[in-house]
Design a protein around this ligand. Structure first.
Ligand SMILES: Nc1nc2c(c(=O)[nH]1)N[C@@H](CN(C=O)c1ccc(C(=O)N[C@@H](CCC(=O)O)C(=O)O)cc1)CN2
Length: 287
């Protein structure tokens, strides 16, 4: 079997056109959604993601505000900036670009974002709501994955989803979201013994562990949906995922490429969450 390639870039583009219309509607009501991005330090990948986030905001009419803080910023200074933005009426969504420098503990920072402005969905209250199956902000990458699955007509209910990776940003919320969609979910991670035993049972395999080419054809069930969240750069600077694309595409039913798979959806879901935040703050219906 040769897999169908999931074109995340095209799907993201189509969704952004719809989101632009939602922003236009809000503007007619006198509301311009606003996103504040806090960037600490100058990590090259983070600089790229933040630049792309702001460009995406601009393209659909969301106002974006960038706060670049030095690598040496203290936790206290960061919290003060967040508190200022919590009270800013032009700002509907706040995100702190991750990773943070090692002297800053995200657990001391992310809970200080007002839960109604937490468009990354990392606040413990919103993470708890996701766990309880309540309506909330869902972290952007897992939300993007669920949209991709819907777009390819993948019915999640009753399927066995295996998630490789247990980060708070992707692995844990992705598994939780699929569980809420009635999948049977298995989490695997760096300490899992016999990874292949689990991954080869997956109808839906989500790989988010940051290990280039960890997943080969032998890890995958014939016809499975394989979602590669890995973003790794090889020696020549070329992007690769956690899945050996050339090998696995000959066995899977569907597969996301890197780049052009999940990545563009992450930013699109950030736009969507920011629009939802603006609606929620202004007490408009939030579908
Ligand atoms: N506060 C947050 N920090 C981080 C998040 C997040 O959701 N919130 N996720 C990642 C990085 N990230 C967004 O911030 C992100 C990663 C990748 C892409 C993307 O579009 N990837 C492209 C390739 C881009 C490239 O050339 O490097 C692709 O896969 O096609 C967007 C956003 C960690 N931090």
């Amino acid at each position: 079997m040769t897999a169908k390639i999931i074109d995340g870039k095209a799907i993201a583009q189509k969704l952004r056109e719809r989101l632009k219309r939602e922003v236009d509607d809000l503007k007619e009501k006198g509301i311009t959604p606003g996103l504040a991005v806090i960037l600490v330090g100058e990590d090259p990948a983070s600089l790229t993601y933040v630049r792309n986030k702001r460009k995406a905001c601009r393209e659909i009419g969301i106002r974006s505000f960038l706060f670049s803080l030095p690598e040496t910023v203290s936790e206290g200074e960061l919290v003060r900036k967040i508190e200022e933005l919590n009270g800013d009426e032009q700002v509907h969504g706040i995100l702190v670009q991750l990773p943070l420098p090692s002297h800053v503990n995200p657990a001391n920072i992310l809970p200080r974002i007002h839960p109604m402005k937490d468009v990354d969905g990392f606040h413990p209250l919103n993470a708890g709501k996701l766990m309880a199956g309540e309506k909330t902000f869902i972290p952007c990458t897992p939300l993007g994955i669920s949209v991709l699955l819907k777009e390819i007509g993948c019915r999640v209910e009753g399927k066995h989803a295996v998630v490789v990776g247990r980060s708070n940003i992707v692995g844990k919320p992705a598994g939780q979201l699929l569980l809420n969609m009635n999948a049977t979910v298995t989490y695997c991670h760096s300490k899992t013994a016999d990874l292949q035993k689990f991954t080869s049972m997956a109808d839906i395999l989500i790989v988010a562990c940051g290990k280039p080419n960890l997943i080969g054809a032998g890890h995958v069930k014939e016809g499975a949906v394989v979602i590669d969240v890995g973003i790794n750069r090889d020696e020549s600077g070329r992007l690769t995922g956690d899945v050996n694309f050339e090998e696995v595409k000959e066995k899977a039913g569907f597969i996301t490429p890197v780049p052009g798979g999940v990545g563009p959806m992450t930013i699109t879901m950030l736009l969507s969450n920011t629009i939802q935040a603006a609606k929620q703050i202004h007490r408009l219906p939030w579908p």
